[in-house]
Design a protein around this ligand. Structure first.
Ligand code: SAH
Ligand code: SF4
Ligand code: F3S
Length: 473
């Protein structure tokens, strides 16, 4: 698969050259609508386009636009349609322009049909299982001038498909957003079927990559200047090397720790039901694993959690938080919380608020429950009305602000190693970096610091970010 992908990429490069397009003259724009996994796929799409000679454009006024979609909530879909409408006019002005749509939304039949019938100017559509086929589809579209649709239907009963998905792991060229940090997939798909969630339907069965492939990729990244990696999966804690059952996530982390040049290790996402004491002790004894765990709560009500199919209770979540904090006192915990799951009562919601009061989250992503067709929760008759949902959302948000304001005070006056990521977008005299705890800090400095880890003393705390001072500035 890998060789075939490169073969097609080379043919595209030759074809473009033969038509007089010098390298860099054609431009691309890849828009990412989803999570870190989606963003990593976008880096592969960018890598493939750079490989054939396209150069990156900051906006959609260019020759190939790719929308890498997300469908986890309805508003993610609306964003795509909102922007897609505008591309029609751009395409009229630039007849060479190609419009490509891929990602999770395309795994939904109804959305694929809607694109086909209502957006005829879209040239190429492919699904989450078809990333490595993008070169073939683009080549075919360039030569035949025909629209290309390739969406492998996810059939969990088809053992052959699952087997081939597990084996297939082509290394595609990538272009990273940051030269010094990178995501690395360790698992694909999801088998948890939380009752509200569409991800298992659009990303397919959970499969772990071979540990050797993961370690090779990280070694290559390290040689290429990467010092921070984020191991990616919908539930990293369920990682198992397909060849060796004893290589679990904590074991994998210990192997990654040994790779020279990698200074910081992060991971995302940890499902609370699978976070083991072994993992806690591996983090505790590590010099490289960042003191941050993203631990999605979803709800604080044991009744709702059971209906969500999350496999933990309010009490077991809180006791997990205690175990983590006892072992790793400087840990930062962040979370995802949803309000308005079907049947959520005022009492259930207050249980969620109670966990927020007690867990001491540094920050939290909050979501309004969104009904996703095909998921068990979508079929329930007891959906929560919009007004109640919004009212609870506002209350939760102000509680999170209040609590995170309190817990962030512990950073004041302390000095942390900060990976400097970029110039501040509003004030170029400020640089922006991240603490090991993942919080963002702005401080006076210059662009020569980008990509370095330097000590920064925290001087001021704002909503979910900090100001600081660096001795190097
Ligand atoms: N695998 C991760 C979550 C991936 S989706 C985990 O299990 O934690 C990211 C977040 O989107 C979820 O944590 C959840 O809070 C939110 N989410 C997922 N489906 C949703 C839905 N139907 N409506 C609202 N939020 C949803
Ligand atoms: Fe969705 Fe649950 Fe899987 Fe996370 S673990 S992706 S919330 S089904
Ligand atoms: Fe969205 Fe797909 Fe990620 S639905 S959250 S982009 S796995």
């Amino acid at each position: 698969m890998q060789d075939i992908a490169y073969d097609h990429l080379e043919k595209i490069r030759d074809l473009l050259l033969s038509k007089g397009h010098t390298p860099g003259s054609l431009r691309y724009h890849v828009a990412t609508f989803g999570c870190q996994m989606n963003a990593r796929d976008s880096e592969k799409l960018r890598g493939m386009l750079e490989y054939v000679g396209f150069s990156e454009s900051p906006d959609e006024d260019c020759d190939i636009v790719i929308y890498n979609t997300c469908t986890v909530r309805e508003n993610a879909n609306q964003k795509v349609y909102g922007r897609l409408g505008e591309l029609k006019g751009k395409k009229k002005k630039n007849p060479f322009m190609k419009v490509v749509i891929c990602g999770c939304m395309m795994e939904e039949k109804a959305e694929e049909e809607r694109i086909k019938s209502s957006y005829p100017f879209v040239d190429i559509v492919f699904g989450t299982m078809n990333l490595s086929e993008f070169p073939r589809l683009l080549l075919k579209n360039l030569t035949d001038k025909e629209k290309q649709y390739e969406v492998t239907e996810i059939d969990r009963k088809n053992d052959d498909l699952i087997l081939s998905l597990c084996k297939e792991d082509p290394i595609l060229p990538t272009k990273r957003k940051y030269p010094f940090k990178s995501g690395v997939n360790i698992t694909y798909g999801c088998n948890n079927f939380c009752s509200y969630c569409i991800v298992p339907f659009v990303r397919g069965p959970e499969r772990s990559r071979r540990k050797d492939d993961i370690l090779d990729e990280i070694r290559t990244l390290s040689k290429d200047g990467v010092i921070e990696i984020m191991l990616l999966g919908q539930n990293v804690n369920s990682y198992r090397d397909p060849g060796r059952d004893d290589i679990t996530f904590p074991r994998l982390l210990q192997m990654v720790e040994k790779i020279d040049g990698i200074e910081r290790i992060r991971f995302m996402t940890s499902h609370p039901k699978d976070l083991s004491d072994e993992l806690i002790s591996v983090i505790k004894s590590s010099k490289k694993i960042c003191r941050h765990i993203h631990l999605p709560l979803q709800s604080g009500s044991t009744k709702v959690l059971s209906q969500m199919n999350r496999h933990y209770t309010k009490e077991s979540y809180l006791s997990l938080v205690d175990r983590i904090r006892n072992q790793i006192p400087d840990i930062s915990l962040t979370t995802d919380i949803m309000v308005g799951f079907p049947g959520e009562s005022e009492e259930d919601f207050l249980e969620t608020c109670d966990v927020v009061e007690r867990a001491g989250f540094d920050s939290a992503f909050t979501f309004l429950y969104s009904r996703r067709d095909g998921t068990p929760a979508a079929g329930r008759a007891d959906q929560i009305d919009e007004e109640t949902m919004h009212e609870r959302f506002e209350r939760l948000l102000s509680l999170i602000h209040e609590k995170s304001g309190e817990v962030s005070k512990r950073f004041l006056g302390q000095t942390y190693p900060v990976l400097v990521e970029e110039e501040n977008t509003h004030d170029p005299s400020l640089m922006t970096g991240r603490l090991p705890q993942n919080a963002i800090v702005h401080f006076k400095g210059d662009a020569s610091l980008i990509g370095r880890i330097i000590p920064v003393t925290i001087t001021e705390s704002r909503d979910f970010y900090f100001f600081g001072e660096s001795a190097s500035s």
